[in-house]
Design a protein. Structure first.
Length: 131
């Protein structure tokens, strides 16, 4: 099965164009990235995903850099190359330095390693950790 083509703005339905316009306005970008162009093949998924991301990644208790670094760490753990590239760029734009990136990767790698060890050994949770 071949990969379907992305939906560019010129070829988008009015419903998809409205979401694209909101993404461009919210993110202050001239065009939407490929992720959105592929999701646009299902306008309901495009709209739902954009609304969720806009809410979660928008202003909140966590600052934008922290949110992008968490997203990056999860993307590394899940092995999503596209998300790694996208959220590395966003984290750098939000102020992530090379030193911060290196430390984030060290923490992410260590967490993945120790998580697998705990699961493999079936380590019971200490009573002090249970709340």
């Amino acid at each position: 099965m071949s990969t379907p083509a992305p939906i560019d703005y010129a070829d988008a339905s009015p419903e998809v164009r409205a979401v694209y316009d909101d993404i461009k306005k919210t993110r202050n970008v001239p065009d939407v990235n490929n992720f959105w162009k592929y999701l646009a093949r299902d306008p309901a998924t495009l709209r739902r995903t954009w609304e969720s991301i806009k809410e979660i990644m928008g202003p909140g208790t966590l600052d934008p850099l922290t949110k992008e670094m968490v997203y990056l760490a999860v993307s590394v753990t899940n092995g999503c190359g596209y998300c790694i590239a996208s959220h590395t760029a966003a984290a750098r734009k939000a102020g992530m330095t090379e030193a911060m990136f290196g430390e984030l990767m060290a923490v992410t790698g260590m967490a993945n390693e120790t998580n697998r060890l705990v699961n493999g050994y079936r380590v019971p949770i200490d009573p002090a950790f249970q709340t």
